[in-house]
Design a protein around this ligand. Structure first.
Ligand code: PHE
Length: 492
């Protein structure tokens, strides 16, 4: 089977694909927002520690699993330990759900991009807010009321899924060429945005806000959880993506250097994107005569309301910068979106030996249909809720299980021997300590703490039944992963 397995065209194709998977919406809206919410410059300390203690060790682990087994997650984990196949399926189901709402956020960006040429999203902050909440999303007021479908959002969703299909249908070799563009273009745009941002009046206030550390936050456990959560999300860990991408590499490919390159490129991009965002927010604050914290809104609002407001205030070419910014989001996000679909397709194909030619369109159509509820008037809330449950609990659980299976059942030092036999940069026993103790402990503690908080307070001010729905969803995924793993495979 390994001989006729699909292959990347070159090592750099693989690296670009992995970097493209990592760099996504998470770098441009989530990272800056999480950073200022958690102590500004001081947040970079737990972020960096999370990168070293969990991000890089787990990335090395996932590359090693994919490379050694030459299989997508369920098959890969089964080869590591017969009883672990369901963990692979759990990761796959999680990344599938993630793909359905990630594509919805992409659809918002598609709509903004379309309207940016005429500035139809409005010129002032309140106008844009109105466009976002009332016109585009048509927010229903509560997650319990789905209301009708917002047709432009549905259209954007269809476009996103068609793009995903087009990028993947020719196989991994072609994908390996597309990613040069989907990584290169956003980098170029980002450089333009940073230069534009830094040369605006008031930029320095924004940067002060971004980079001035408030060290007292380091005593707050919430900040540490946020750092670990962000590292997982941004590096696309525990989602099957890296395992399946590594499985398309020849068996003797380097692991450790690739892991260092991907993770540093990703985190460097986040840090750099922070300069574009905060310098521009500084300008916005100065134009409005308020302080920077007063203009910063939470999460998605940053990319879809606050930042466009600032762009509209630009003295020249605001339309162009508006279009550029949404093109940035689209090109950043689209290769993350592919990377969420490929593991699903690869897993089904690997287990049952089906032809990808049929699996891919089926997964795309099914993903589109599952995503339809997110395009309703209540959809916004469900993007938020499902994201919380998938990204906070699903991810930590999968990461934890991977560490246990590799660390204890297979043996950390055995797999390290394999890693060192193929890699230029050798890793020492410190890696075993991370995989067996530090990473799973951190993930376990984080899981329990988040769950306790959830039980006490529910999530995000939504009615408590939404939290049960979120937990219910995870339980259903868990049951399905056992069902899938019990089914007979079609491949040897
Ligand atoms: N890392 C991507 C981002 O930051 C999201 C992602 C998660 C991509 C999981 C692939 C798999 O936007």
């Amino acid at each position: 089977m390994a001989e006729d397995r699909e292959r990347w065209g070159s090592r750099s194709s693989f690296i670009f694909a992995a970097v493209g998977a990592a760099i996504g919406l998470g770098n441009v809206w989530r990272f800056p927002y999480i950073t200022y919410q958690n102590g500004g410059g001081a947040f970079l300390i737990p972020y960096f520690i999370a990168l070293i203690t969990a991000g890089i060790p787990l990335m090395i682990l996932e590359y090693a699993v994919g490379l050694k087994t030459q299989g997508a997650p369920p098959v890969a984990l089964k080869k590591i330990w017969k009883k672990a196949e369901w963990i692979g399926w759990f990761a796959i189901l999680i990344v599938f759900v993630l793909a359905t709402y990630y594509a919805t956020i992409m659809s918002w960006a598609v709509n903004y991009f379309y309207h940016s040429f005429t500035l139809a999203w409005g010129r002032t902050g309140p106008e844009i807010n109105n466009f976002y909440n009332n016109i585009l999303l048509g927010k229903s007021g509560s997650p319990g009321i789905l209301g009708g479908i917002q047709w432009p959002v549905l259209a954007g969703l269809a476009i996103t899924w068609i793009l995903i299909y087009l990028a993947l249908f020719k196989g991994v070799k072609t994908l390996g060429k597309i990613v040069y563009f989907t990584v290169g273009i956003p980098w170029l745009i980002l450089i333009i945005m940073v230069i534009r941002g830094l040369t605006l009046p008031g930029a320095i206030d924004g940067l002060n806000f971004y980079l001035t550390p408030d060290f007292s936050v380091l005593l707050n456990p919430r900040v540490w959880l946020a750092a670990y959560g962000q590292i997982f999300f941004t590096l696309s860990l525990a989602m099957g993506t890296l395992i399946v991408y590594a499985s398309y590499l020849p068996k003797d490919s380097d692991i450790t250097a690739n892991a260092f390159i991907t993770s540093l490129a990703n985190c460097g991009t986040s840090f750099f994107a922070g300069f574009a965002v905060f310098s521009t927010l500084g300008y916005l604050a100065q134009s409005m005569g308020v302080t920077v914290p007063e203009v910063t809104t939470s999460g998605l609002g940053l990319a879809f309301v606050t930042y466009p407001t600032a762009i509209n205030l630009l003295p020249v070419a605001s339309q162009l910068f508006g279009a550029l910014f949404f093109l940035l989001l689209l090109t950043l996000g689209i290769d993350s979106a592919f990377s969420q679909v490929e593991p699903v397709v690869g897993s089904i194909a690997d287990k049952w030996g089906f032809n990808k030619k049929w699996v891919l369109p089926s997964v795309c159509i099914f993903g589109f249909i599952v995503g339809i509820p997110f395009t309703t008037r209540g959809g916004f809330y469900w993007v938020d809720i499902v994201d919380h449950f998938i990204a906070t609990y699903g991810l930590t659980l999968v990461g934890f299980l991977e560490c246990i299976v590799i660390g204890y059942v297979f043996g950390a030092s055995e797999i390290r021997g394999y890693i060192n036999s193929v890699s230029d940069v050798r890793i020492g026993p410190w890696w075993d300590v991370f995989i067996k103790f530090i990473t799973p402990i951190v993930l376990g503690v984080s899981f329990v703490m988040q769950l306790t908080k959830l039980i006490q307070r529910g999530y995000g001010g939504y009615p408590i039944w939404t939290a049960f729905t979120g937990i219910g969803l995870l339980i259903i995924l868990l049951i399905l992963s056992f069902v899938f793993s019990k089914r007979k495979g079609g491949n040897p």
